[in-house]
Design a protein around this ligand. Structure first.
Ligand SMILES: [Zn+2]
Length: 219
């Protein structure tokens, strides 16, 4: 169960006998940080004669300019820096950033899809995936009084290597891979647009439930 991301990799990392340029949305949060880590690890660990050993990862980040205090690309850059330090040969290419102004209630996909389409046209990526985990189980949501995110079909289609994990399972992976000291502390989940975690938003609640701490290890 714990390494179910491997199935995803075996299925998606090559296509019709060709290696792929994989676009991966890296938000700076704990989910996509792990996605970037396991993808890098898998590409490097696989047999060199396997076609996907030639695959590359193109991290992508969308900055919602509605956020005025937090420049979220910095979190994505920190995550990439740490993953590259942990896996020096990681096949991670330059971070692609797109700025947009998301109205309340709009899906990020509205902005991420054209961004990705442009990268496909420019031959920078072949395909792109989300770095997110799935929503917590019903009983956890209930306990934390969390609202259903009503994740769309589009997001289902873009399910990345962490797409079959809950945040609690993700926390187990962080511990198993020994990533609590270096990678976890640089991840940022809160959308409160302040330097400190708000301890109140959906993402703070979910992170605290799984890891027992907020962004930056705040208890
Ligand atoms: Zn928050």
């Amino acid at each position: 169960m714990i390494e179910k991301w491997k199935e995803w990799c075996n299925e998606k990392l090559s296509y019709e006998g060709k290696a792929r340029k994989i676009g991966l949305l890296v938000s700076g949060g704990a989910d996509s940080a792990m996605a970037l880590y396991v993808l890098s690890k898998h590409i490097l660990d696989c047999d060199k004669d396997k076609i996907f050993s030639k695959s590359i990862i193109v991290p992508m980040h969308g900055w919602d300019q509605r956020r005025i205090n937090v420049y979220s690309p910095d979190s994505a850059k920190d995550v990439i820096k740490v993953v590259k330090k942990l896996i020096p040969e990681a096949p991670i290419k330059n971070l692609q950033i797109c700025g947009y102004y998301k109205e309340k209630g709009e899906e990020k996909a509205k902005y991420h899809n054209p961004f990705a389409y442009m990268l496909v046209k420019e031959n920078i990526i072949d395909v792109y995936y989300s770095g997110s985990t799935k929503q917590p189980e019903g009983h956890v949501m209930k306990k934390l009084k969390m609202e259903d995110l009503k994740r769309t079909e589009d997001l289902q289609r873009k399910k990345g290597p962490m797409g079959s994990y809950t945040k609690r399972e993700l926390a187990l992976l962080y511990k198993d891979y020994g990533l609590m000291e270096d990678l976890f502390p640089v991840t940022v989940s809160c959308i409160g647009d302040a330097p400190q975690p708000c301890k109140n938003c959906w993402w703070c609640l979910e992170k605290y439930d799984a890891f027992g701490m907020y962004d930056g290890g705040v208890k």
